[in-house]
Design a protein around this ligand. Sequence first.
Ligand code: CUA
Length: 344
Amino acid sequence: MTLLTTILGLLAAATEGPVGGGFWMPRQASTAADVVDSIFFFILWISVFFFVLIVALMVLFVIKYRRREGHESAKTATHNTALELTWTIIPLILVIIIFYVGLRGYVGMIQEPRNAYEVWVTGQRWSWTFEHDNGAVQTNVLTVPAGRPVKLKMTSTDVIHSFYIPDFRKKQDVVPGRYTYLWFEAPEPGQYQLFCAEYCGTQHSQMAGIIEVTAADEFDDVIAQKANWIDEYADEDLPRAGLRLYPRCQSCHTLDGSPLQGPSFRETHRLWGQKRIFADGSETVVDENYVRNSILNPGAQIVMNYPNVMPTFQGQLKEREIRALIEFIRKLDEVVDEQGGPRE
Ligand code: CUA
């Protein structure tokens, strides 16, 4: 195996870009990246070698054995045991080696170490929500410690998504109705791009995020702060704080005006200060009290033509968070555009 390891090492060293990323690959930012790239380049260079060999021999033979005046064409050989054994045994050995290194890399990728830091991940059209054990909830940004294994326990509320971090060489489907797992260890603090790699609807390409790897000795403080993240915001930033809470609403309430299970926040925004009519024929003015009541006691006023399906958020949201959602809806146009994408 030492010979193989040496060959793999030489090939990788000869071909890979700098750690910051190169022509072939993005930067190597997890403990798995090196293994994945080594196998990729191992297979790539075997393929290149045989491509060049076969094409060169083909061209050579076409020229050398072309039909010419005064040359008898030879009888086609029907059998050559030595040749057939050679072209069977050499590829067999090669594919066994590829299988072995591939299997070893795969097993290392699916078996997470025992002391992993664990995070719950929810994929939903079209964002990622991360829940830490200390209560911190993050949207589209995941903060994790450097140099420590991180295990993600992932599910989806709607369709199949795929959690993909190219710099880590890690990808895993996120499936509704079950948990799937992905683990990684990023040695260096930094920011790494997260993508959704499974087509999941019109905004699939915008279902991206950032993995924020924080120095191990700072991580505990940072994540404790995030558990109270809304306190970081001054009052004038409440609408933006509301936008960060919005993933908890978005499976039923859109921002672009289209109806889902519940009325779009844009519709509620447009009706601010005006009357809204409910299923029982009653009506009320859309204001702070109406939105607050709809969050805490959703069954009390059901908007016409919508089902009574929303669970109460009583006890799940702090007063400050309720205020953030109210301000988010009231000032919706300042925070998001017509399609519901965040404004800069
Ligand atoms: Cu989620 Cu594509």
